[in-house]
Ligand binder design. Sequence first.
Ligand code: GLU
Length: 418
Amino acid sequence: MEKRREDSFGATDRRIRESVERLQLSPVVYEHLKKPMRFVEVSIPVKMDHGGVEVFTGFRAQHNNVLGPFKGGIRFHPDVTAENVKALSALMTLKCALVGVPFGGGKGGVACDPLSMSASEKERLSRGYIRAFGFLLGPEVDIPAPDLFTDAQVMAWMVDEYNYLAQRHSPGVLTGKPVEVGGSLGRKEATSRGSVYVTREAAKLCGISLKEARIAIQGCGNVGGQAARIFNELGCKIVAISDISGGVYRPQGLDIPALLDHVQKSGLIEGFTGGEKITNEELITVDCDILVPAALENQLTAENAPEIKASLVVEAANGPTTPEAEQILKEREIVLVPDILANSGGVTVSYFEWVQNNEGYYWDLETVNQRLEKMMVQAFHAVHRFGREKCAEGTMRTAAYGYAVQRLAEAMRYRGWL
Ligand code: GLU
């Protein structure tokens, strides 16, 4: 497990370096991007329900702010480490540059087991995180958001704590808040909606009819569950979906509203009887046309990549494919839409939320979704064009990295960083 995490950090770093070399940019661009501009680790003491205190380790990586304030989620997960937070912060810098939102990249996390914590323990941890890191945050400085196992409720506790510390109403310090406390309509499903738009564009290019395609989704949380709902609303056929408890497969297509209803009530897919039972691992190699990994890192590996049946993979999760697996997919001519493009809908609507907070004027859902669609479609075609013109031999990931790194380099040059 430890080695795999280093791999995903090493891979991001290597891909940035290769882009700088391929595009013949100044090597100083790589010096700026090879590690976060600032990285802080803290201890967060939390009074637990049993009366004792547990001390958690929290991180915030501020990777790069050449394009704007640092931006990126905070995750609560047992696998959170310093290296993993740093790697994810670099992905945010690239993601924001690629989709064209005026933010830099950041990421935060706390190593903890959120599933075993009560709501009040999570509230105290969320407030503790802000007490520890509040001095580093601000609507023009660093703007966190939800990530794995943090949601709108966690953001609400955090913004409340920040407002108390700062002694001012400052909704733009965090995005992904509930609509009732300054969140944006459409933010909750924005990552998934963005992935669906990108899947549609990629399917067109690959000659796959979205209506007839069989789609498999790994993950049924914030991203996977919402993606299933939106694909289903578009009339697509979801043949398999899974979560940590396992998954279900039905070649004729699953009843997605019934499945989501079951998950809403019981918390997990386990126990849903509308399909054949499969494991979370089996989902990756299930018979389908489009595979959407929407859960954790390192799920497509050298072991399962040769067995993948899909002809299109859309990375709704961050870092779901190991470099070895990616090489195998390339040899097998399976098209992969990389994470920094496929899941950038979340940070795009985070940007819309921040704009609305600054304006104090809130948009309707239709406006949010239209603007999201426009930015995602533009980003997809910009990357595709860049790939054809500047790195014809590479994959779509090579093109996405190149396009983002070039934009960062241009901003660095104007600002006198090179
Ligand atoms: N955590 C999400 C991501 O990885 C959203 C970040 C944000 O909205 O700032 O893209």
